[in-house]
Design a protein around this ligand. Structure first.
Ligand code: COA
Length: 309
């Protein structure tokens, strides 16, 4: 879906969207394609790249806010479609930081020795929860999926550390008010848009820049490193201006920051793994590199992960 397509639906312009967000296009999954279907495509590619077999996977974690069903977890649906007989599977609801939360949980569980090979997925069909009458939000979001395999090893590569934080006081800055157990759909429910995403963009912008910087600095300091040691930053792709502000504050040149927002928009939990995969396959990450991932989303919630490749 291009900006020109959106011009036909809401009062907006390609010029406004590109200048304010950096987004030119976003992908919209067809009707009948669920988050589990997109996830399976990503999982297959990740598994192939890892050289492992489906029987080797003992942990599957999916970050999503657009599950196939309210019950069961979509991770269980993926488990069936991917045929992962030896895995336990569950979802994490952490909005745009879903992949980083998943990475944190998976690496921690692997470190205990209880699990060996984890598939961590971020996948969203945001088009199913976006209000296409609301120009404040519909121009931002897109659909997508990304996945990574984490495996136990004795060398010094892997997840160096993760940092996770949230502030539930700010939950109404980005939420879907109705349809859950707090405001369930009743027989006389009237659809007025509260069943879709609503957002206070300007307020989120400020918190996003501040807390993504804090999360990045914390993880770099905890590892005894400086920004100069970071080979590549994979930020959540929400707004090019947020990404550039973070790079400036961290004193990291934009050529060390991976950006693909122009093609996909904000894909929430899928944003970081899609960017990570594109960066890796484009040869931008080599063995021994420190890769910093940082994200921010509805909750409000934010987090970072430092990986030595
Ligand atoms: N097309 C044209 N005009 C639009 C528009 C659109 N799609 N959306 C909003 N506008 C208008 C507003 O109504 C406002 O008009 P007004 O001044 O007459 O009231 C004007 O543009 C400026 O709006 P403002 O909200 O100040 O713009 P902004 O520079 O803050 O950009 C966002 C808006 C949403 C792009 C920006 O705030 C943002 O990206 N915030 C973070 C959101 C985010 O990342 N959410 C997900 C978190 S994971």
């Amino acid at each position: 879906m291009t900006n020109a397509d959106l011009e036909k639906i809401v009062d907006t312009s390609d010029e406004w969207i590109v200048t304010r967000t950096g987004i030119k296009e976003r992908r919209i999954a067809p009707q009948g394609m669920a988050v589990s279907d997109m996830s399976v495509e990503a999982c297959k590619k990740a598994l192939e790249a890892s050289g492992l077999k489906s029987e080797d996977i003992d942990l599957l974690i999916l970050g999503t806010v657009t599950p196939d069903y309210k019950l069961p977890s979509t991770a269980c649906v993926i488990q069936e479609k991917m045929e992962l007989p030896n895995a336990t599977a569950f979802d994490i609801v952490a909005a745009c930081t879903g992949f980083i939360n998943g990475l944190s949980v998976a690496s921690s569980l692997i470190e205990t020795g209880a699990y060996k090979n984890a598939l961590v997925v971020g996948s969203e069909k945001l088009s199913s929860i976006v209000n296409y009458k609301d120009r404040n939000t519909c121009i931002l979001f897109g659909d997508g999926a990304g996945a990574a395999v984490l495996t136990a090893s004795d060398d010094d590569s892997g997840v160096v550390g993760t940092f996770l934080k949230s502030n539930g006081n700010l939950r109404d800055l980005l939420w879907i008010k109705d349809g859950g157990s707090a405001n369930p759909y009743t027989d006389d429910y009237v659809f007025t848009g509260e069943d879709k995403i609503s957002m206070s963009g300007g307020d989120i912008f400020k918190v996003a820049v501040k807390q993504m910087c804090n999360a990045a600095v914390k993880i770099i300091n905890d590892a005894g490193l400086t920004s100069d040691d970071i080979a590549l930053v994979i930020p959540h792709q929400a707004n090019i201006r947020i990404i550039e502000a973070i790079a400036k504050r961290l004193k990291i040149n934009m050529d060390k920051v991976f950006v693909n927002i122009e093609k996909y928009g904000n894909t929430s939990a899928a944003s970081v793994p899609i960017a990570l995969d594109e960066a890796y396959r484009a040869g931008k990450i080599k063995s021994g590199d420190y890769v910093l991932m940082v994200a921010f989303g509805g909750g409000l919630i934010w987090g970072s992960a430092l990986v030595k490749w």
